[in-house]
Design a protein around this ligand. Structure first.
Ligand SMILES: [Zn+2]
Length: 361
């Protein structure tokens, strides 16, 4: 049995408030524990989005009642809340900025709206940006101008990882994450043509699945990539197979088996997994250590991934039927056995907001 620290996933969507038929703090944190993840950082693009004291309170109240693993909630950057979010920073995972097209209250139409957030959000808490391709270059320029750290979510392209490499070499404070699906899946379609065009809704994800050349560049530059993140973004099968499929994959329960399989294939080392799923997210997001917390993994267990055995409410996975090696057997969180042999053993509300517990975990 292999013993590892509890994993930290810095990028999950738990769909609460607003879309709890897809997931909520209960089902999503059960999925986390089953995947060996003991701390999740939760994205703010819910309905309503989490962008002020009132909406943060809605999310944190739901989490306090339902979460079974530890968590922190991101705030979303909007056009009008640059003076509001810094006051809430100590209660939040960080500030999420959607710099490519998005909808509703978190829309930042032009770069003049980025400026006050870069100026005012406290530097000891991270700004995480969804910024693809040239928007990413603009975000890195902002990090340089305002001399503050940014973390780039879910990189997927060769041009992106090479740009981040160059920025790091110049001393710009940029870190980044990659998702297993961008390391393991490629788009079956010509570049620029999204799966939705041909109705293959289950492959819809943002950033889109890229080419083999991009995937190869990510693997070749793995030392530039700071974190693994799932971008766990559940939608039901009915929604994925509809005429208008929303983008996103579930990922919490497949992260570690896929990574351990890559270790078995010698594409990664176990140290890479610990660095990018525990140590680096801890540093980048200024997270407290979780005491008496570990996971036990049967590293020789070989099996096929099955959505039917998962805790996520969405009922499917893009990795259905994949053969993997390495199964989470037991998760101990703050001294309690939280998961063992397929069963969740802690009650809703056992999970804690790490920002309100710092120093006490
Ligand atoms: Zn996301």
């Amino acid at each position: 049995m292999l013993k590892l620290p509890g994993l930290i996933d810095p990028h999950v969507h738990l769909r609460e408030p607003g879309a709890t038929h897809k997931e909520d703090f209960d089902s999503g944190t059960c999925a986390a524990l089953a995947g060996g993840v003991t701390m999740v950082l939760v994205m703010p693009n819910t309905q309503p989005p989490i962008f002020d004291a009132e909406t943060l309170n809605i999310a944190l109240t739901a989490a306090q009642q339902k979460a079974r693993c530890d968590y922190a909630q991101y705030l979303g950057a909007g056009p009008d809340n640059a003076d509001i979010v810094p006051v809430l920073a100590h209660k939040a995972a960080g500030l999420k900025m959607y710099l490519d097209s998005t909808f509703g209250e978190l829309r930042l139409d032009d770069m003049t709206l980025w400026k006050p957030h870069f100026e005012k959000y406290p530097k000891e808490y991270p700004i995480v940006v969804h910024a693809e391709s040239r928007s990413m270059a603009a975000a890195i320029l902002f990090a340089a101008i305002y001399n503050r750290p940014i973390h780039i979510a879910h990189i997927s392209l060769r041009e992106e990882v090479l740009l981040i490499k160059a920025a790091k070499e110049r001393g710009i404070k940029v870190t980044c994450e990659v998702c297993p699906h961008h390391l393991l899946l490629t788009s079956p379609l010509p570049q620029g043509e999204g799966p939705g065009v041909r109705g293959e809704g289950r492959l819809e994800v943002r950033p889109r699945l890229a080419t083999q050349k991009d995937v190869d560049a990510l693997w070749e530059n793995l030392d530039i990539i700071d974190c693994f993140a799932t971008d766990h973004a559940p939608h039901t099968l009915e929604e994925k197979d509809s005429a208008n499929p929303p983008p996103g994959f579930p990922g919490l329960e497949t992260l570690l088996p896929l990574l351990l399989t890559a270790v078995d294939l010698q594409r990664l080392t176990l140290d890479d997994v610990i660095q990018k799923s525990v140590i680096n997210p801890g540093k980048i997001f200024n997270l407290p250590e979780q005491h008496e917390t570990w996971i036990e993994v049967d590293e020789d267990a070989e099996y096929e991934i099955r959505a039917a055995e998962m805790f996520t409410r969405c009922g499917w996975t893009p990795f259905e039927g994949w053969k993997v090696k390495g199964k989470v057997r037991k998760v101990v969180l703050r001294g309690r056995t939280a998961f063992e042999d397929g069963k969740i053993l802690v009650e809703p509300g056992f999970g804690k907001n790490i920002r309100l517990l710092e120093g006490k975990l």
